[in-house]
Write a protein that binds this ligand. Structure first.
Ligand SMILES: [Fe+2]
Length: 304
C-alpha cells in the first residue's frame, strides 16, 4: 500500500489493528528512499502480511481508479465484529457495514486512504499476534483477500483461469470471486466491475494500492509461472527481484492491477535480525548499504 505519514501508518497498524511490526526497511527500488513497513502476525507468516510505503514525505499522491486494487480485506473471527465495531469507534475510526457473498464486514479507511474490510470468518485456523493489545480471540487472523476494480471482467477472468491458478467460485451483482490454490480465506481475489471508472494510477502514490503478492512454493515454480505467462502472451512479467526476505516476479495483469508471485527465503524475516528483535530497528536495504547513514537521516522520524 502507498499510504501517507509513516508515524500514522505505524501507529494505526500496531496500535489500532494490533498487528506486529515484523520489519522496518525501505523500498528496494528507486533513488529516493521511501520507508517499507511490514505488519503481520508473530513470525510474519505468509498470508498475514500487510506492507506500507508511506509516501507523504515524497509528496507523491496517487489517483484511485479502475485497473487497481480497490480494497484489502482482513479475516477476523465472526464473533469479533461487535468488538471491532466498538474498538474502531473508540479509536476514532468511522466505519460502515456491508455483506458480500454472505460474509459480514466492517469497512473503514486507514490513515493512508486505503479501504480495509474486516471480514467475519468462522473457521480461520491461522494464529493471530497475541502481543498487539487485541484479545487473541478477536485479533486479525491474516489477509482474507483483495478486491480489484476492473472496467470489464473478461480479460481478468481469462488471466485468472489460464495464468494464475484461479478458480471462479462465486458471482454476485458486479463482483466475481476467484480463489487461488486450495482456496479459502487468504486466497481470494474479488473482481468488481466499475464500467465507467477511469483508470487509476500505477505509480507509487499516496492513497493507492500498488500491488498484491501471492505466495508460490519454490523458485522452480516461480520460473514455471513466469514461463507459462509469457507463453500465453503475458510478456509483461518482470525478472526475478531479490527483495531481501523473499524473491519476486511481477506481472501487469490485463485488467490493470499489478500482481506479484513471491517465494519466501528459508530464513524469512529473520535473515537480518533475530526473532527477539524482529521489526524493531530499521534495516537498510542491501542495495543502499553504502548510503546507510544518509538514508537514516533522510527518512522522516519514526517513533516506536
Ligand atoms: Fe510486494
Amino acid at each position: 500500500m502507498c499510504t501517507g505519514n509513516a508515524q500514522e501508518d505505524y501507529d494505526f497498524h500496531t496500535q489500532v489493528l494490533g498487528l506486529k511490526s515484523v520489519k522496518k526497511t525501505a523500498l528496494y527500488d528507486g533513488t529516493v528512499p521511501i520507508y517499507h513497513l511490514y505488519y503481520a502476525n508473530d513470525h510474519g507468516d505468509e498470508s498475514t502480511i500487510l506492507t506500507s510505503f508511506p509516501m507523504r514525505q515524497s509528496g507523491r499522491v496517487g489517483k484511485k481508479g479502475s485497473g487497481q486494487i480497490a480494497s484489502i480485506s482482513l479475516s477476523v473471527p465472526e464473533s469479533s465484529l461487535g468488538f471491532w465495531r466498538d474498538h474502531l469507534r473508540d479509536a476514532g475510526y468511522e466505519h460502515s457495514e456491508r455483506e458480500r457473498f454472505g460474509e459480514k464486514m466492517l469497512v473503514l479507511t486507514n490513515p493512508g486512504g486505503i479501504e480495509y474490510e474486516l471480514v467475519g470468518i468462522a473457521d480461520d485456523e491461522r494464529t493471530p499476534y497475541a502481543g498487539g493489545g487485541i484479545p487473541p480471540s478477536f485479533a486479525i487472523r491474516g489477509t482474507h483477500g483483495v478486491t480489484v476494480s476492473v472496467r470489464d471482467f473478461e480479460t481478468s477472468m481469462e488471466f485468472m483461469e489460464t495464468g494464475w491458478n484461479g478458480h471462479r467460485t462465486a458471482e454476485e451483482g458486479d463482483v466475481i470471486r476467484y480463489e487461488v490454490g486450495d482456496g479459502g480465506t487468504g486466497r481470494i481475489v474479488d473482481f468488481k466491475r466499475d464500467r465507467d471508472l477511469p483508470q487509476g494510477s500505477w505509480t507509487f502514490g499516496e492513497g493507492t494500492v500498488h500491488h498484491v503478492a501471492f505466495q508460490v512454493d519454490s523458485l522452480d515454480t516461480q520460473d514455471s509461472v513466469k514461463a507459462h505467462l509469457e507463453g500465453l502472451g503475458y510478456t509483461d512479467v518482470s525478472d526475478r527481484k531479490d527483495r531481501g526476505y523473499f524473491e519476486s516476479v511481477y506481472v501487469r495483469t490485463p485488467g490493470g492491477a499489478l500482481f506479484e508471485a513471491t517465494v519466501s527465503k528459508p530464513e524469512g524475516f529473520m535473515i537480518d535480525e533475530p526473532y527477539e528483535q524482529l521489526g524493531r530497528d530499521f534495516q537498510v536495504p542491501p542495495v543502499f548499504a553504502e548510503q546507510a547513514e544518509w538514508i537514516k537521516s533522510y527518512l522522516e522520524p519514526l517513533n516506536y
